[in-house]
Design a protein around this ligand. Structure first.
Ligand code: ADP
Ligand code: ZN
Length: 599
């Protein structure tokens, strides 16, 4: 067979079934295939895997892929095997015999790709096996795990610089979806990648719709969101504490949502069972702490919801980034309220960290609060934070329904003077009672009904006042004091507002059920797609996945099934043109798929 003009493209089309490269994939593949080192920064779902999988097939020998998570390795190997690629993994889940077989296959040159856990790769026995084998390249996935400052730090990653010392002529490619410049520098430094070419892609995730709603009754708001917009679909709900994870999952289950908890306090067996069901069943909602995250390779997560505020924009972006890896529409939804601000500040104030650490944490929190309170495009703010300029996106809540702002100068003055008159010793709950003129036990106990501020805020309701206090804290005009159980205190900046020297603009509370941003993001069917056919294709896929004990998306992605339902190809040649159907899958599943199409 004559060798094709562009072997990388040819392989992409025949083996992987994709018609064209995405973004910078082609450059990266060609650089690494040519023997160069690379550092690849691409958002989740950007298509990092192909950047080492294609060079692995184009170069002689076996590519070693370092990956921190066992579940992720297994799925990658299952997916590659479906494509007819010779792939295997080595990790602690294998018994001695299976591990031995795999090592033998490596030395005999029978593998295109071998996924290895980091601690295993640097063991003397493994290094000896490598010395006897032909190594095509080293790929270091989730390379930000070398960063000691990130929450995914894996000490074993630090030893990976050893690969360069032992095998200086083998190219290395490090990949991550973490965008900040500090992490990038640390990866280069710790993995000795000074010579590597750095490939940075845009971090925008245009298919994700960002929404941040005012928290009133978070649980009910969440349930409504799931029921109205994502019934029967896969999603992740993040909570701050293990207790809240357990309670929320249990409650959702009583409401008919297939919800499962996941946190570091659970035993390993139930944790991996829950993760396993999330990966392979359809329509599971995992309620989790951030312990559930890295290594979730599920492409069809349709929403990520936050019931609590994350610590930083980095955290928020990483967590929301787990939605919609398949490129189809997905939602990032968060309920946010005064309690979140108070809680996050308390965690910083009471942490054991140094003053410098607390300062950094506070700055990060403030940037996130800025995003939450922003009346401008969320995406512009997010990307700006990562150093990327962009224009209003049209696919976030503030773009779809520009929030109204109001002149809150008077309300802010009333709120601040209420704090002042009551001695800066009370939280928002009591302050609102004072403003609204409510007689409570506390009121009479403290004689607060005798104050000049008693009842001066009857014009706004409780929700509106809660929003005023939240924004006062977020804007720096008030600060919760954790030594005093979250009592709100004045700040340096309050004075100008109190004196009437500084006007205050606030976002108006968004009450529920306003138009367009609440409309379901349809995991949009392409024009002309036949929904009944899509249903039949999914049923066929579910059956196939069960028989082979692999996740459904390993057989075909949703986007591939949707394209089939739209184009309804009549023969194998037509079927082969659909993205996601390479030669092996065409041969294996083509006839069955044509049968399903014909009914
Ligand atoms: P990452 O590891 O960067 O999160 P993946 O490598 O898992 O992303 O790819 C994300 C999705 O994009 C996968 O479903 C993959 O099949 C798809 N994909 C990657 N490259 C292409 C391409 N060139 N054409 C079409 N689909 C692609
Ligand atoms: Zn926008």
């Amino acid at each position: 067979m004559p060798s094709p003009e562009n072997p990388a493209l040819h392989l992409l089309q025949t083996t992987f079934g994709h018609p064209a490269f995405r973004g910078r994939q082609e450059e990266i593949v060609s650089h690494v295939t040519g023997g160069g080192d690379a550092l690849v920064l691409m958002p989740t779902g950007g298509g990092k895997s192909l950047c080492y999988q294609l060079p692995a097939l184009l170069r002689d020998g076996t590519a070693l892929v370092v990956s921190p998570l066992i579940a992720l390795m297994q799925d990658q190997v299952a997916a590659l095997t479906q494509l007819g690629v010779r792939a295997a993994f080595l990790n602690s889940s294998l018994d001695a015999r299976a591990a031995f077989e795999t090592e033998r296959a490596l030395c005999a040159g029978k593998l295109d790709l071998l996924y290895v856990a980091p601690e295993r790769l640097v063991m003397p026995r493994m290094l000896d096996a490598l010395a006897q084998s032909r190594i095509a390249l080293f790929a270091i996935d989730e390379a930000h795990c070398v960063s000691q400052w990130g929450h995914d730090f894996r000490p074993e990653y630090l030893q990976l610089s050893l690969l360069h010392e032992r095998f200086p002529s083998v190219p290395r490619i490090a990949l991550t979806a973490t965008a900040d410049p500090q992490t990038r520098e640390e990866i280069i430094h710790r993995l000795a990648l000074d010579e590597a070419q750095v490939f940075i892609s845009s971090f925008d995730r245009p298919n994700i719709r960002y929404r941040i709603v005012d928290k009133s009754d978070a649980r009910t708001q969440l349930l409504r969101f799931i029921r109205e917009e994502h019934p029967g679909e896969s999603g992740i709900v993040y909570c701050l504490s293990r207790k809240k994870v357990d309670e929320t999952a249990a409650w959702l289950a009583t409401q008919g949502v297939r919800a499962l908890p996941y946190h570091a306090g659970m035993d390993t067996a139930s944790r991996s069972a829950h993760q396993g069901r999330f990966q392979s069943d359809e329509g599971i909602v995992v309620v989790a702490t951030i312990a559930f995250g890295m290594g979730i390779d599920k492409p069809d997560v349709r929403f990520v919801a936050h019931l609590d505020l994350p610590k930083s924009i980095e955290g928020y972006y990483q967590e929301t980034g787990r939605a919609g890896r398949d490129g189809l529409p997905a939602d990032a939804w968060m309920a946010y309220g005064l309690g979140d601000v108070v809680q996050q500040r308390r965690m910083i104030d009471q942490s054991e960290g140094s003053e410098a650490y607390k300062r950094v944490s506070l700055t990060k929190l403030e940037a996130l609060l800025g995003l939450c309170e922003s009346a401008a495009c969320r995406r512009v703010r997010l990307l700006e934070y990562f150093g990327e300029a962009s224009a209003a996106c049209g696919n976030c809540d503030t773009c779809l329904e520009p929030p109204e702002t109001w002149d809150a100068t008077e309300a802010a003055r009333k709120a601040l003077s209420c704090m002042y008159r009551t001695g800066q010793r009370f939280g928002a709950g009591h302050l609102i009672d004072v403003l609204r003129g409510r007689i409570t036990d506390r009121m009479t106990q403290w004689d607060h009904d005798k104050l000049s501020v008693f009842g001066i805020g009857a014009d706004l309701d409780d929700d509106a006042w809660r929003n005023v206090f939240r924004q006062l804290v977020a804007l720096g005009f008030a600060r919760p004091d954790h030594e005093a159980y979250g009592a709100l205190r004045l700040t340096e900046q309050s004075r100008a507002v109190l004196k009437g020297e500084k006007p205050v603009e606030m976002r108006r509370t968004v009450t529920r059920a306003r138009g367009s941003s609440r409309k379901r993001v349809q995991a949009a069917l392409p024009a002309g797609a036949d929904e009944a056919l899509l249903g039949r294709l999914k049923a066929w896929r579910a059956n196939e996945a069960r028989e082979q004990s692999v996740p459904a998306y390993v057989i075909f992605h949703d986007s591939t099934l949707a394209a089939i339902a739209a184009e309804q190809p009549e023969d194998l040649t037509a079927l082969a043109t659909i993205s996601g159907i390479g030669a092996k899958k065409l041969e294996r599943y083509g006839p069955a798929v044509l049968c399903v199409i014909r009914g």
